[in-house]
Write a protein that binds this ligand. Sequence first.
Ligand code: PXL
Length: 282
Amino acid sequence: MQKRVLAIHDISCVGRCSLTVALPVLSAVGVETSILPTAILSTHTGGFTGYTFRDLTQDMMPIAEHWKSLDLRVDAIYTGYLGSFQQIEIVKKIIDMFRREDTLVLVDPVMGDNGSMYAGFGPEFAKGMVGLCQKADIIIPNLTEAALLLDEEYAGEERSKAEVEDMMGRLSKLCGCSVAVTGVSTSGEDLGAGTFDRETGKVAYSLTGRVHEYYHGTGDVFGSSFLAAVLNGKSLEQSAQIAADFTRQGILNAIEDGQEPRYGADFERSIPWLIKAVKGQL
Ligand code: PXL
């Protein structure tokens, strides 16, 4: 039976991130993607000024209640950028409403990057986000978000494996879930994710060659392709490797085209590769 994901993120109308990434990526690998938008923005908040922002906090529960009346089956819930602090509690309730025994809950605790919080987020958000991560089977914070969840100082990008492993172990214990930490570089020339499996305690790295350019929305390209791989039966480690490689390709495509970083990675051109990778046809 075809799988259905419920993707709970904002719609940034321009600047490939959140739902404009999750929808095409998940659909491309054969997963039906139902959406619960948290806010509608003219662009994302990084690298643009003067963007519009419509908060959809009041609409979320009525939408979810309508689906509940349809007895909608959801195989996975994938949450990302939230439009208000109150949405943390709303999303927790929605997870409880739709979770069945085998529903996979993937939480991307979107709050910041490069050591700072995104516009509009305050310190209370990190505490609330821990509560949402405690509902997850897998969380995919970047290093900035990992530090915020653990309530510690951001210690920069380059980390030893021992530091990454210690951090992942503590995150898994705090949230009771498996972890893929993104933006990990062990040598300065590599970049990708560290993974920690909550069942086995297994630690692994899914790294790829580093591209020395910062493109917006790459956390969402990673998260969406990661989930695409997990739902096609790939392991945590294999899924993180596919996602790291797909994200890198999207950045390289955008550079080749001379695209501005704020318009996001050109992942579209690599969708045929992703489909083969998740189906094991490479
Ligand atoms: O990709 C993360 C993200 C999602 N949605 C909005 C954002 C950002 C990052 O800046 O601004 C609206």
